[in-house]
Design a protein around this ligand. Sequence first.
Ligand SMILES: Nc1ncnc2c1ncn2[C@@H]1O[C@H](COP(=O)(O)OP(=O)(O)OP(=O)(O)O)[C@@H](O)[C@H]1O
Ligand SMILES: Cc1cn([C@H]2C[C@H](O)[C@@H](COP(=O)(O)O)O2)c(=O)[nH]c1=O
Length: 208
Amino acid sequence: MKTGRFISLEGGEGVGKSTQLRALSAALRARGIDVVETREPGGSAGAEAIRTLLLTGAADRWSQRAEALLFAAARADHVEKTIRPALQRGSWILSDRFVDSSRAYQGMGELTDDDILTLHRIGSAGLLPDRTFALTLPEAEAERRAHMRDGGDTDRIGARDSTFHQRVARSFRGFASAESDRVRIVDASGAAQTVTMRLLQGLDDLLP
Ligand SMILES: Nc1ncnc2c1ncn2[C@@H]1O[C@H](COP(=O)(O)OP(=O)(O)OP(=O)(O)O)[C@@H](O)[C@H]1O
Ligand SMILES: Cc1cn([C@H]2C[C@H](O)[C@@H](COP(=O)(O)O)O2)c(=O)[nH]c1=O
């Protein structure tokens, strides 16, 4: 029986997750692997509807608690409708963000990391990726890339201040230290192809 694998790409805004998701999918398909590309918030019809609620509107549209619950609800639908069926078919899932984004963005304020993991246990039976890559870049380079892409037109959460985004980056580094089997830091600097090679090396032990 084929074994599906679940890989997530994480990191702050503009580090190159979406670019690498496409490149890594292509590299895995070239090896004959069936790949499903997906993203969070989103990845299923219900979760995409919640994405619009989460990422548009005023900065104070949602309380910290309501925001965390909406992300967990979107993820529950995404896991049930898209991720688990694909893994059961033996496909690989590549997700642009997953629960570690909720831990980094929603779990360091009014709610704790434990709170976010509790919501994840309730919503998604605690499903975790087989491997998570946390892409890292110096803050100025990530901002430059994000600005080149959208000219400063960021979404409701991306628009938060630099202190918030620095804390998010520290959180991802902390997850990699605490859960080194699953979460690997990947240097996202340099040419996109070089970064893809680093990701492929980080999958050596999972590739058939
Ligand atoms: N290695 C790279 N070198 C230079 N530019 C890059 C590289 N990788 C991606 N980019 C460019 O940087 C911008 C941001 O990349 P991308 O959208 O993939 O980042 P992201 O991490 O998905 O961002 P976000 O979380 O904000 O959606 C894009 O314009 C992309 O073309
Ligand atoms: C999954 C997830 C995402 N976020 C934030 C992170 C970004 O600011 C946006 C998503 O935008 P992207 O361009 O698609 O990366 O949402 C979050 O705060 N918590 C989460 O769980």
